[in-house]
Design a protein. Structure first.
Length: 84
């Protein structure tokens, strides 16, 4: 609980940074693919394919999170959050 603000700030920074990188990368892929193919279908298809790859990578990373370990390690913090 005493570090909740720090963790929320770190989460917000990570989220905003990922969103910014995603927007820029999506634009670069869209413009680059369109410049090469002169096809909006191919350009948007490339962006959506990249999003699928990123989503699958995120799902693989989520498998590494052990919720039970977190619950065992911080039962007081979980109980405090539930009480509020």
């Amino acid at each position: 609980p005493e570090r909740a603000g720090l963790l929320m700030g770190a989460w917000t920074v990570a989220h905003q940074l990922a969103e910014a990188v995603g927007n820029v990368l999506g634009g670069v892929v869209l413009d680059g693919t369109y410049a090469l193919s002169q096809s909006y279908v191919a350009a948007f298809g490339a962006v959506f394919a990249l999003e699928v790859v990123a989503a699958l990578a995120g799902l693989l990373l989520l498998r590494a999170i052990d919720v039970r370990h977190f619950q065992r390690r911080s039962p007081m913090a979980v109980a405090t959050v539930r009480a509020e």
